[in-house]
Design a protein around this ligand. Structure first.
Ligand code: ZN
Length: 300
């Protein structure tokens, strides 16, 4: 997915708290904790299960591993503000690219809410490294990206995209990143509409959690179908769409369960199967309207 070189980015929509300088040395915030989490996840192996938190991308990634308070948030970096100014920067740097996706996704929803006579309240994204505390518990690389309705932030460790490649076997190209960002902002839209208030903890293939997640996938597709109209992006290629669908499939419950526990148990699904996630993203993308994202009634 390629940005218009000349479009102006708004880096204020992203807080960069990756690492911070302590005593004159660069220290990655929470890197020690991150290592602990990796070990815990490895040790727990196939025993990961239970209810997930709202807003995570994949069911394995839902698990908030038992950490106490996370690492304190460092001062907001001004690096993004100086480095990520235009679409050309987004084409050149990964972090600026994410800033551009956040800008485009929110530009779309601002317009959609306004057209409906509503006000879209922007949500900021926090880039972190290792681990940090959030209003929804500890954010870690392994938990994966998520939207926290309690504090209204999207949390993402950019290292997650390496996880997508190594642990989930996805290509995780640039459009996969766009899908992830758009999915999390789909949860923010749900939050603004009061959809998250009803709770997402009901697991199972037809449960409320899966329906909520599939709707976020659909809303991500709706944005993708309208991304060019936001002015930030050039038209998508088929290869880019395939990249997004590949990422959606990689975080399907059935794919992850098969990989982790060697069998598929739909009764504990929280996000839907690979096929469902692809289908709902495609529905949003091809129709380009959130009216078609009703995942709460009927079959999914
Ligand atoms: Zn989600």
């Amino acid at each position: 997915m390629t940005f218009n070189d000349n479009v102006k980015l708004d880096p204020s929509q992203v807080e960069d708290v990756r690492g911070r300088r302590v005593g004159g040395r660069g220290v990655a915030a929470g890197s020690g904790l991150g290592l602990v989490v990796v070990l815990v996840v490895l040790l727990l192996g196939g025993n990961l299960g239970g209810a997930g938190t709202a807003g995570d991308l994949g069911s394995l990634l839902d698990q908030t591993v038992g950490l106490g308070a996370g690492t304190d948030v460092g001062p907001e970096s001004t690096l993004l503000a100086s480095e990520c100014q235009t679409g050309a920067d987004a084409n050149a740097r990964e972090d600026c690219r994410i800033v551009g996706y956040v800008n485009s996704v929110q530009a779309y929803w601002i317009g959609e809410f306004a057209a409906a006579g509503e006000r879209y309240e922007p949500a900021r994204t926090r880039f972190f490294s290792g681990a940090m505390s959030s209003g929804c518990g500890s954010a870690t690389t392994e938990v994966g990206p998520f939207y926290c309705p309690n504090d209204g932030y999207v949390y993402i460790d950019l290292g997650f995209f390496d996880e997508l490649r190594t642990r989930f076997g996805a290509q995780a190209g640039p459009f996969a990143q766009a899908y992830v960002i758009a999915h999390e902002y789909g949860h923010h839209v749900q939050d603004l509409l009061g959809i998250l208030d009803a709770g997402t903890s009901q697991a199972g293939a037809e449960g409320r959690s899966v329906r909520t997640e599939l709707q976020a996938d659909c809303l991500a597709g709706v944005w993708a179908g309208n991304a060019v109209g936001t002015g930030y992006l050039l038209p998508l290629t088929d290869a880019q769409i395939a990249d997004g669908l590949d990422a959606a499939a990689a975080v399907g419950d059935d794919r992850i369960q098969q990989q982790i526990q060697g069998r598929v148990s739909p009764e504990s699904w929280t996000h839907g199967s690979s096929a469902q996630r692809q289908r709902w993203f495609t529905t949003g993308y091809e129709t380009g309207t959130s009216d078609r994202c009703d995942t709460f009634s009927g079959g999914i």
